[in-house]
Design a protein around this ligand. Structure first.
Ligand SMILES: [Zn+2]
Length: 421
């Protein structure tokens, strides 16, 4: 199929009543289209009367197409085959990996998972765009000050660094970026992952295998015997892994791991809830990066809004160096497919331990005490980091407030709405 005959996925229609296109051609066009729009996932899901095709783009799900059931099922079957799963066995959850050649000659790595649902199945395809690939630390979305702090942290010879955040906050993206930065051939790097998202040349990557009863803690003990310099732990989610990570961080390795927590202080509190010894944790922990993802405004079409005088705190002002503080709203143009936003970026809260903070951690203090002490020592909270991005016109007040509900951001949302009327 030539470019001219490519299917128009922007049109909303129930398609496939008359099968013009074989499902394998449809699948390859669909994936090429999704990758062009930088979608991270493709979903083909049975609903009551049809099969719905949607994509996740800039963190949000967008419906693409409704297909007649018979045709949609053939498309699901084809995607399952591409991902190495059985096309017809839909009773059990399945997962797999595959590679697809797109009509324009590109190659897309994909990871497939499917799960039975009320009306059939939900087939989810994670798309790994080879052109964009894994992000480097420079383009995660950190500002200059944040970038410098993170680089200083990951270049320490040993210690434990936690990357925290809720589900889908880009934790593993940051972890991969750190591993890529450290992977210069001078260090032996091991990763323990579930699942392995990208292959990284030169890095020893090990898949957690719960069926073989090999969890993070078991594999971490084994990896420590392989003389690693850097260990990346996909996720710290139980007491044994938490304690093993602390031991490794305290005994000469650089250990990077993600943990499910809303803030830096809560991440440390979670480690204590996993029964790690506060004194060992205090001596191993060198820093915590907690993050959220927000959409960045399209620089081709963003529009300034007059929100009156900006009351910018002295904590945030130094982060605006080189920027005239102002607030912008989204518009939408051809460059950003009409969305007004063109990238998904990471916003961090970064806690770097020092003697004072380590002592507070060793005492097993409450998360609030630790947070107050860290902020006194210069840590910008997530809400403050968001505010800085609003004043730099990188995002809208509404987008920042949606990610982190906060009174200062709520006030900016109100002013922007009044100005827009
Ligand atoms: Zn635009």
């Amino acid at each position: 199929m030539s470019k001219d005959e490519a299917i128009d996925f922007n049109a909303q229609a129930l398609e496939g009543e008359i099968e013009l296109t074989p499902p394998e051609v449809y699948a390859s066009n669909l994936i090429e289209w999704a990758v062009e729009r930088h979608a991270s996932d493709l979903f083909v899901s049975d609903s009551e009367n049809c099969v719905v095709v949607s994509v996740r783009r800039l963190g949000r799900v967008e419906p693409v197409r409704r297909l007649a059931r018979a045709y949609g099922r053939r498309l699901q079957g084809h995607l399952r085959v591409l991902g190495g799963a059985d096309a017809g066995e839909t009773i059990r959850p399945a997962d797999g990996r595959g590679v697809l050649a797109t009509p324009d000659g590109g190659i897309v790595d994909l990871r497939l998972s499917s799960i039975p649902t009320l009306f059939g199945q939900d087939v989810a395809v994670r798309l790994f765009d080879p052109v964009r690939g894994a992000r480097s630390i420079e383009n995660l979305g950190f500002d200059d000050a944040e970038f410098k702090i993170v680089c200083d942290l990951i270049n320490r010879p040993s210690g434990l660094i936690l990357v925290a955040g809720p589900v889908a906050s880009g934790k593993s993206c940051t972890l991969y970026a750190a591993v890529h930065a450290l992977n210069d051939g001078s260090r032996k790097i091991h990763t323990l992952e579930d699942p392995i998202e990208h292959a990284i040349p030169g890095v020893m990557q090990t898949q957690i295998n719960l069926r073989a009863e090999l969890d993070f803690a078991d594999l971490l003990s084994a990896v420590l015997r392989h003389s690693p310099d850097v260990i990346m732990i996909g996720e710290i989610r139980d007491s044994r892994t938490a304690s093993a990570a602390v031991r490794a961080g305290a005994s000469g390795q650089l250990v990077l791991g993600t943990i499910h927590a809303k803030s830096c202080a809560e991440a440390i509190d979670s480690m204590l809830q996993y029964d790690t010894n506060p004194k060992f944790l205090a001596s191993a922990l060198i820093g915590v990066i907690t993050q959220r993802l927000i959409r960045h405004l399209c620089s081709s079409c963003r529009r300034p809004v007059d929100v009156g005088d900006l009351e910018i705190s002295d904590r945030i002002r130094p982060r605006l160096a080189g920027h005239t503080p102002h607030v912008c709203d989204s518009v939408g143009c051809d460059e950003c497919f009409g969305d007004g936003f063109d990238a998904l970026a990471c916003v961090p809260e970064i806690l770097v331990t020092d003697r004072v903070l380590s002592r507070i951690i060793a005492e097993g203090a409450a998360a609030m005490t630790l947070e107050d002490a860290a902020r006194e020592r210069g840590m910008l909270s997530l809400a403050e980091a968001m505010e800085a991005r609003v004043y730099r016109a990188q995002t809208t007040p509404y987008e920042a407030h949606r990610a982190i509900p906060d009174p200062a951001l709520a006030a900016l949302v109100g002013k922007a709405q009044t100005a827009g009327k």
